[in-house]
Design a protein around this ligand. Structure first.
Ligand code: ACM
Ligand code: ZN
Length: 643
C-alpha cells in the first residue's frame, strides 16, 4: 500500500541533513547492501502500514529497505513510518544519496522526554518549535513544559487573568537579578516588567506542531509548592495569606482545590496527551503545621503528618484528573505520605524513587539529577558561562542506564523511559538554552532509544560531533564538543604519593551527606573532579570552627618534604575554603609538633575555585595531622598528598 501522510511530509521538511551519516539515536539493526539510492524527493518513499513486523514489538518500530532503485518504510503505526523517514533523511544527509541497506528498528523506551523550564526565563513559541524540530530528529516523543514556578506563571488561564497580568511579570530580566532583589512581581503594564506567557493560541500551535512530529506535550502545573507567584497574586491560597515568599498552597482551604481544578480544566482542554504533570517537588510543608485549616484537614481525615497532607492533595487532584481521562505524573516527592493509586513517578533525586515506584507497580520515568540535569556545567567551569553548579559532561550523560541489570524484568517493565531536564535559573537566553541542551540531549535520546548493549561512547561521540556541526549550520547554538577541555586534570589519573593507601584517623567525623569513599578517601590516590557531587570529594561540616581533624599514619617514620591538601569553593551551595589549615607531625601519634598554619581570609568568589594548602620543608615523621578550621560554609577535600 502506498500512502501519503501530509503530516509526515510537513514534519520531514523540518529535518536537517549532514554530509556524513550522523544517525542518533543509533538504529537497532543495520544491514548494509551494495549500491546507493539517489532520492529525488521524500514523497517517492513507499510508506507501508502493516499489521506485523518481524522482530518488532513497539508500535513505534519500523523497517526500512533501501535499494539502488527505491526506498520503503514498513511500520505498524504512523509514528513508526515517521521514524523510518527520520532515519532515512538522517542517512541521506545533504548528499542526496542513501546507502542501500535494511534497518529494523524500535525504541527501547516508550517515554523519551525533554523538559524545558520556561518559568525561570520565559521562552516563546518560536523557540519551543525550534527545539521540537531538534527533538523530532532525535526521535524523542515527549516535551515536558515546566510552565509555572515562583519566577513566573507562563500559561494563559481565562478564569484567573491575574496569573498572566501579574504572576507572569517581574522586575529583573534574569532570574538571578530577580532573586537577589527580593523576588518581586509587577503588572504587565509596568514599564520595567520582564517575563511573558504562552497564550492559548500559542499553546495550540505548539501542541499541533509537536503532534505532526509525533511528540506529545506534557504541561507541568506546580502544586502544592513552587507556587510563590500564585500566592503573591491570590494570597488567600497560602496558609498565612502573605503576599510574598509563600511557596506552598494551603491544603486546608477548599479555595485551593477550586483554584487548582479550575486551572486544570483549562489546561486539560489545551493538552490532548494522557499525562498532566503536577510537580509535587520540594514542598516546605512548614506553614501547614501552624495553619488552623491545614490542621483541621489533617484531623478530619486522620492524617498523621504533613507528608500525608501532601498525599491528600495529590490524591484529590489525581481523582479529578482521572475523572477527566488524564493520568497524574509528578516528581518523586509525590511518594512521601503514600503514593496515590494511579500516579506515574518522575525520579529526579537519584533513581531509588523510580525503582521503588516500579516495585509497587507504578510506572516511572528516570530523570536523576546526576545524569539528566542539563543545567550543570558540561565542561571545565572556568571555560563556561555561569551554571547552577555540578559537572555533567556528555560522556557522563551517555553512561546512564535507566534500567540497571540488577532490576528484575517485572520491575523493569514499569520503567517506561528517561527524560533530560533543562532547568533555567542560570540560563537567561534562548541561545544559552540551546548551548546547554546540545549535544547532551543527543545522549539522552540515544539512551532512550538504543539498547544499552549497542551503546558505545567513542562511536556516539563521532556521530554527536557530526550532528552538532550540522545543527550549528542550521542555526542552533550548540556547545563545541570538539574543543571540550574535560575533567579536572588531577581527576584523570590516580596520584601516587607517600600516604597512598595509608590509614587515616578521623578526630572529627566527615559530613555524613558527603562521605565519598569513607575512611579511604583522603589517601586513595583518587582526586576529585570539577564538582563535589562526583562522590570523590569528602564533605566536612561540624558545629565548631574545627571542621576537619585527621591523622595519617605512614606506618613507619619517614622523611617528609611536602604535605598538601586541596579544597574546593563554590559559594552558591555553601562550599567555602577553610580559614586555616594546620599541619603537624609526630613519631608516636600522641605528641604532635606543628609544622605550619596556612591562613586564608574567607571571602566569596564567583563560580567554582580550588585552593591548595601546603607545607614544604625537611622533616621526619610517622604521623601527619591536618586540622582545617572555618567559620563559613562546609568544606570539601579529596586527598592528603605527602611526599
Ligand atoms: C526538581 O528538580 N525540583 C524536580
Ligand atoms: Zn493551610
Amino acid at each position: 500500500m502506498r500512502i501519503y501522510l501530509l503530516s509526515l511530509v510537513v514534519g520531514i521538511t523540518a529535518l536537517y541533513c549532514s554530509a556524513i551519516n550522523p544517525v542518533i539515536p543509533k538504529p537497532l539493526n543495520y544491514t548494509a547492501a551494495s549500491g546507493e539510492l539517489v532520492l529525488k524527493t521524500i514523497a517517492d518513499v513507499y510508506l507501508n502500514l502493516v499489521d506485523t513486523l518481524p522482530g518488532i514489538s513497539s508500535p513505534e518500530g519500523y523497517m526500512l529497505k533501501v535499494t539502488p532503485d527505491s526506498a520503503a518504510v514498513y511500520a505498524k503505526s504512523q509514528a513508526g513510518l515517521y521514524y523510518g523517514l527520520v532515519t532515512l533523511k538522517e542517512m541521506e544527509g545533504d548528499r542526496n544519496r542513501i546507502p542501500a541497506c535494511t534497518i529494523t528498528d524500535e525504541p527501547r523506551f516508550s517515554y523519551r522526554g525533554m523538559m524545558l523550564d520556561i518559568s525561570r526565563h520565559f521562552r516563546d513559541k518560536e523557540f519551543i518549535k525550534k527545539q521540537i524540530d531538534a527533538m523530532a530528529r532525535l526521535k524523542l516523543n515527549t516535551l515536558h513544559l515546566h510552565l509555572t514556578d515562583a519566577a513566573g506563571w507562563r500559561i494563559q488561564i481565562d478564569k484567573y487573568p491575574e496569573l498572566t497580568g501579574f504572576a507572569a511579570w517581574r522586575k529583573g530580566a534574569t532570574w538571578k537579578e530577580w532573586n537577589e532583589s527580593g523576588n518581586n512581581y509587577c503588572h504587565e503594564s509596568d514599564t520595567a516588567a520582564q517575563g511573558g506567557y504562552l497564550t492559548k493560541a500559542d499553546i495550540k500551535e505548539i501542541v499541533e506542531y509537536a503532534a505532526e512530529r509525533y511528540i506529545t506535550v506534557v504541561p507541568e502545573i506546580e502544586m502544592p509548592s513552587h507556587s510563590e507567584e500564585v500566592t503573591a497574586t491570590y494570597p488567600n491560597l497560602s496558609c498565612n495569606h502573605n503576599r510574598g515568599g509563600q511557596s506552598d498552597f494551603c491544603v486546608g482551604n477548599e479555595e485551593t482545590f477550586e483554584f487548582l481544578q479550575n486551572v486544570l480544566d483549562e489546561v486539560i482542554e489545551l493538552f490532548p496527551g494522557k499525562y498532566i504533570h503536577i510537580g509535587g517537588d520540594e514542598a516546605s510543608k512548614q506553614a501547614w503545621k501552624e495553619c488552623e485549616l491545614c490542621r483541621k484537614r489533617m484531623k478530619d481525615n486522620s492524617l498523621e503528618n504533613v507528608d500525608q497532607l501532601q498525599s491528600y492533595l495529590i490524591g484529590r487532584i489525581e481523582k479529578y484528573l482521572n475523572s477527566k481521562g488524564k493520568k497524574l505524573l509528578g516528581w518523586d516527592e509525590i511518594m512521601e505520605g503514600g503514593l496515590t493509586p494511579d500516579a506515574t513517578v518522575m525520579s529526579w533525586r537519584g533513581t531509588q524513587g523510580g525503582i521503588a515506584a516500579a516495585k509497587s507497580g507504578h510506572d516511572a520515568i528516570m530523570s536523576p539529577g546526576a545524569y539528566c540535569y542539563l543545567d550543570g556545567y558540561q565542561d571545565a567551569p572556568y571555560s563556561q558561562p555561569e551554571a547552577i553548579g555540578g559537572y555533567l559532561p556528555l560522556q557522563k550523560v551517555y553512561a546512564y542506564n535507566p534500567v540497571p541489570d540488577s532490576v528484575s524484568s517485572d520491575i523493569a517493565g514499569h520503567i517506561i523511559g528517561i527524560q533530560g531536564n533543562l532547568w533555567c535559573e542560570y540560563i537567561p537566553t534562548a541561545d544559552h538554552a540551546e548551548y546547554m541542551l546540545y549535544p547532551r540531549m543527543f545522549a539522552i535520546a540515544e539512551t532512550a532509544w538504543t539498547p544499552d548493549s549497542l551503546k558505545n561512547y567513542p562511536d556516539f561521540r563521532l556521530r554527536a560531533e557530526n550532528l552538532a556541526a550540522d545543527m550549528k549550520s542550521k542555526g542552533y547554538n550548540v556547545f563545541d564538543i570538539k574543543h571540550e577541555i574535560g575533567n579536572k586534570p588531577e581527576a584523570l589519573r590516580p596520584e601516587k604519593h607517600l600516604a597512598l593507601g595509608k590509614p587515616v584517623k578521623y578526630h572529627i567525623p566527615w559530613w555524613n551527606r558527603y562521605p565519598a569513599a569513607g575512611k579511604s578517601t583522603l589517601t586513595d590516590g583518587i582526586r576529585g573532579g570539577w564538582n563535589y557531587n562526583d562522590n570523590l570529594w569528602q564533605g566536612f561540616l561540624s558545629k565548631g570552627d574545627n571542621r576537619m581533624d585527621v591523622t595519617v599514619d605512614l606506618e613507619s617514620i619517614q622523611p617528609v618534604k611536602f604535605i598538601g591538601i586541596e579544597f574546593m569553593q563554590l559559594i552558591g551551595p555553601g562550599v567555602w575554603f577553610p580559614s586555616s589549615v594546620q599541619f603537624l607531625i609526630s613519631d608516636n601519634g600522641v605528641d604532635f609538633t606543628p609544622l605550619t598554619t596556612i591562613e586564608h581570609e574567607q571571602k566569596p568568589t564567583e563560580g567554582v575555585s580550588f585552593k591548595e594548602y601546603a607545607w614544604k620543608g625537611i622533616a621526619k615523621a610517622r604521623y601527619i595531622r591536618v586540622i582545617a578550621k572555618a567559620k563559613e560554609g562546609c568544606q570539601f577535600a579529596d586527598e592528603i598528598i605527602i611526599r
